[in-house]
Each structure stands twice: as structure tokens, then as C-alpha cells.
Design a protein around this ligand. Structure first.
Ligand code: SF4
Length: 163
């Protein structure tokens, strides 16, 4: 059975930077859960961040550049948290590999988990297309990554693998 790495905050745990969860109302999600496919993991908690924590954004760069060691992730007070974000991505990829996950459904917009967009590094609410650091690493390692509002598409992909 194919397993799915999912953002920990999608599974009901209020662990985002602002102590909230993201609710997913989906029969597909419930079916995946009952089938035992979900592997919930939070890269930022794995990297040692607390809840709540300062908001962070990829600054003037992209996740790919960050993973090459040439870009930065910063908190809104200017603290450089690049190494922690890379650690979180690596720990997530290790867990995905250990569990045999072949795809991921992740919380969009996060500097770790974003799959279609992230915030633009100015801490003003602006967004840019692109992935967070963890999503990018999972993608680079061959997992298909989906945002939480594309569960139907993710399920179609899963079924194509199950056939
Ligand atoms: S790092 Fe990912 S799993 Fe953790 S709280 Fe942020 S979006 Fe959710």
C-alpha cells in the first residue's frame, strides 16, 4: 500500500507558528486515514522550533537556492534560520523514505511545506509561486507533492499508482 507524507498541522494538531491547525474536510482524507496511509510529520517541530514561533519566510531567494546553501530563511526579526529549515527538510525526507511514502500533501504557503506558493520574504503578506524548503526537497527526491486544496488530484494520482 502506498503511503502519503502529510503536514502535521493538517492532521488536527495546532502546531503552526501561530498555534493553529489547518482543517481538512474531505472524505478522501478520511479514507486515506482509515486505510493507514497517512504519515503526519512537521519539519519545523522536527528541527526544534517551539509552538508558537516567529513567522519565517524565504528571503530574496527560492527553496532550491536555499537547499544549495546559497539562500536564506529568516524570521521576521531578521534571525537566520536557514540551517534549521534545511534540517527539517532532511528529517522529513528521511521519514518519508523510511515509511515508503511516494507522495505528499502539504500545507500551502509555508516556508517549509508550501507547494504552489510561499510568502515573498518581505513579511508584508505578498506571495510568490514556488515551494517551501521541505516540499522542494521531497520533490527533488521524486515524491509528487500536492497542496491541501488539491486532494482530489492527489487521490487520482494515488489511484493511478495503485492500478
Ligand atoms: S512546517 Fe509544515 S507541518 Fe509544520 S506547522 Fe508548518 S506547514 Fe504545518
Amino acid at each position: 500500500m502506498h503511503k502519503i507524507l502529510v503536514s502535521g498541522c493538517l492532521n488536527g494538531r495546532p502546531i503552526r507558528f501561530n498555534s493553529t491547525a489547518v482543517s481538512v474536510e474531505s472524505e478522501i482524507w478520511d479514507r486515506w486515514d482509515s486505510e493507514g496511509r497517512l504519515v503526519a510529520f512537521c519539519p519545523e517541530l522536527a528541527a526544534g522550533f517551539p509552538v508558537p514561533r516567529a513567522p519565517a519566510e524565504i528571503v530574496g531567494s527560492t527553496a532550491s537556492v536555499v537547499l544549495k546553501g546559497e539562500g536564506r530563511v529568516e524570521e521576521d526579526n531578521g534571525t537566520d534560520v536557514t540551517n534549521e529549515f534545511i534540517d527539517g527538510a532532511r528529517l522529513t525526507a528521511q521519514r518519508a523514505k523510511a515509511e515508503g511514502c511516494i507522495m505528499a500533501v502539504l500545507t500551502d504557503g509555508s516556508p517549509s511545506c508550501g507547494t504552489t506558493y510561499t510568502y515573498d520574504g518581505t513579511f508584508t503578506g505578498g506571495t510568490v509561486e514556488g515551494m517551501g524548503v521541505t516540499a522542494q526537497l521531497l520533490h527533488d527526491q521524486g515524491l509528487r507533492v500536492f497542496p491541501e486544496d488539491q486532494i482530489d488530484e492527489a487521490d487520482r494520482y494515488l489511484r493511478s499508482l495503485d492500478e
